[in-house]
Design a protein around this ligand. Structure first.
Ligand code: AMP
Length: 283
């Protein structure tokens, strides 16, 4: 496994690999790796010749400076994990490599509903930072395919849109959500949960998994109310949103027949830790 921090070193190495006809698969991450990330690396390894993983806590996508500060960082353990799954290349850039002009150098992006609902409403400027950094990485790595988790459903929809609208020749591959035994979606943020927070956090997936059954007898509005009630009885938890949307456009649905494929998305503060999860349902 080779490790680069300078974009130039990475570029030269990948150019040589490409000349040998190797297909490059790319997995961008913010580190504090878990099995969810490793499943993306596995996918990259199985469909490409070289798996490149970046670890970069992107400052421009944090709208809350304490969230950025507290974001878990353990690069050495991450590199050991990546080695254990036969990752080929790790890219560990510094902030100045990615933002030579400084981190105020971000554009804003308007992709209609994709960049205005759910996470966009709750985290002002978040997706501007995500789009900015992913564009930069896709330029530096120029991968044949890039692998993203369905865990960040809206992010995935936005990246697909960006790649399509800018004609970037990278295939975007969606990877299923990897969960703990009790259903909690794996996330780097889970390690910040207290014991009590960890117990409560099961409620996100429990609610999502129940929707398929509830929708047989309840309207979307009634299911929303049912979910609000579940969280109301947990003082440490604060439901930020639960919504049912068209999985393609993210347009909010008001009936279970509004779209063929819908996505139920949830965001909850458990103590200070903000967790998100989602589940696709078909009409
Ligand atoms: P992050 O390090 O949180 O920015 O995540 C890097 C990539 O891993 C993103 O594409 C995430 O959607 C994906 N990811 C994070 N958690 C999971 C999970 N539990 N299952 C599958 N993919 C995940």
């Amino acid at each position: 496994m080779v490790i680069f921090s300078e974009p130039k070193g990475l570029r030269d190495y990948l150019l040589a690999q490409r000349k040998e006809g190797k297909r490059i698969g790319f997995v961008p991450t913010m580190g504090a790796l878990h099995n969810g990330h490793l499943s993306l690396v596995g996918k990259a390894k199985s469909s490409c010749d070289i798996a490149v993983v970046s670890i970069f806590v992107n400052p421009t996508q944090f709208n809350d400076s304490s969230d950025l500060e507290k974001y878990p960082r353990h690069v050495e353990a991450d590199c050991d994990l990546l080695k254990s799954v036969d990752c080929d290349v790790v890219f560990l850039p510094k902030v100045e490599h990615i933002y030579p002009e400084g981190t105020k150098d971000t554009r804003t992006y308007d992709y209609g509903l994709l960049t205005s609902v759910m996470e966009a409403e709750s985290r002002q400027g978040h997706f501007d930072g995500v789009i900015t950094v992913v564009r930069k990485f896709l330029q530096m790595v120029a991968p044949d395919a890039a692998f993203f988790g369905q865990k960040d459903f809206q992010q995935l929809a936005i990246i697909r849109h960006m790649v399509r609208s800018e004609g970037i020749p990278t295939t975007i591959v969606s990877c299923e959500i990897i969960r703990e035994k009790d259903g909690l979606a794996m996330s780097s943020r889970n390690e910040r949960l207290s014991d009590e927070g960890r117990r409560i956090s099961k409620l996100l997936s429990k609610c999502l998994f129940k929707v398929d059954e509830l929708r047989l007898t309840k309207s979307i509005e009634e299911v929303q109310k049912w979910i609000e009630d579940q969280f109301d009885s947990e003082p440490l938890a604060k439901l930020e949103y639960f919504c049912v949307s068209d999985a393609q456009t993210l347009e909010p649905c008001s009936s279970w027949r509004d779209a063929f494929e819908m996505v139920c998305c949830i965001a909850v503060f458990v103590g200070e830790v903000r967790l998100i999860d989602n589940q696709i349902i078909k009409a």
